[in-house]
Design a protein around this ligand. Structure first.
Ligand SMILES: *Cc1c(COP(=O)(O)O)cnc(C)c1O
Length: 303
């Protein structure tokens, strides 16, 4: 019997160490790690630079709370702003929390415009996480059924079907469209650059926020920093997590100035979110990705 809740059924392989893209089990058998912790260990196991940064941070302090400055959250936010053009960051500890922040901003934006019961258009086959807000935006019945009632205000439409979204043009309660530009749960469903451009245009016309979840497909996995950059568009809100700190838990919700200012002091928060260890490692990951693998995409023209 296991003392863990039976949420996962891990394989009967126990790993003792990793290096780069390899893992060794307790019998010292070597495996090629093609799973990468489900899109997390972008730079491999025990990357020497990341290792050194983790050691260095653990020699100063691991945690301070957001009551004090430590520099790393600011540096990381600035770096993300350079990469995305989105100048306001909220840091949390996971992808689902990043989406919770995005949902809150979209609802606050709705309230700001006098919409009492704001709606967000989301996609069939979407996956946005397991907390109740993100789960309410996640389509799969098997994930949802046991936990009702879920949050109201989510309208599901087929992925990559602009007409299905245009159908909501006369609905005054819609405030945002949320999607993964590459869906990862129901196969790999890739939005075309044309669809993303048209969706951006529709959102602009309707004053709807375009929220992109690049928690899985972002951070260089498609050859540019983010997939949406290949369509030459910019979202109003971008959520990222998974590979951001190569395995140290972190998530981020990024937006532009006007929307970021909707979350004033006391309206949102996180004990661990934005901590120096996670932010320092994430900053290092971005720096390594930039220097070794990617050119900085200057998309200030589209934002
Ligand atoms: C993994 C994932 C999430 C949830 O991230 P967690 O860190 O597990 O909460 C959300 N959206 C997408 C697209 C994901 O792949």
């Amino acid at each position: 019997m296991s003392y863990l809740m039976p949420i996962y059924q891990p394989l009967a392989i126990e790993f003792q160490r990793g290096e780069g893209c390899y893992l060794w089990d307790t019998q010292d058998k070597c495996y090629f790690d093609a799973i990468s912790g489900v899109g997390v260990t972008l730079l491999g196991h025990v990357h020497p630079v990341i290792h050194a940064e983790i050691v260095a941070q653990s020699q100063t302090f691991l945690h301070l709370s957001n009551l004090f400055k430590h520099g790393w959250n600011e540096r990381l936010a600035e770096k993300l702003a350079e990469i995305t053009g989105l100048t306001q960051a909220f840091f949390c500890n996971s992808g689902t929390e990043a989406n919770e922040a995005a949902i809150k901003i979209a609802r606050a934006y709705g309230h700001h415009r006098g919409i009492q019961r704001p709606k967000i258009i989301v996609m069939q086959n979407a996956f946005h996480g397991r907390t109740l807000g993100a789960l309410s935006a996640t389509a799969k019945p098997a994930y949802r059924e046991a936990f009702g009632p879920l949050l109201e205000g989510f309208e599901f439409v087929p992925f990559h079907d602009l007409a299905a979204i245009e159908h909501y043009q006369d609905d005054p309660d819609v405030v945002a469209v949320l999607l993964e530009p590459i869906q990862g749960e129901a196969g790999i469903n890739i939005a075309s650059p044309l669809y993303l451009k048209q969706l951006r245009k529709l959102c602009d016309q309707q004053h709807w926020l375009l929220i992109l979840d690049e928690i899985q497909c972002g951070l260089g996995r498609t050859g540019t920093w983010f997939f949406y950059q290949q369509a030459g568009i910019c979202p109003d809100i971008l959520t990222i997590a998974k590979g951001l700190a190569n395995g140290v838990p972190i998530g981020a919700c990024l937006t532009h100035e006007k929307l970021g200012h909707l979350l004033q002091s006391g309206l949102h928060g996180s004990t661990f979110g934005g901590n120096p260890l996670a932010c320092r490692v994430a900053y290092t990951v971005l720096d390594l990705l930039e220097k070794q693998y990617l050119q900085t995409v200057n998309d200030s023209d589209v934002c």
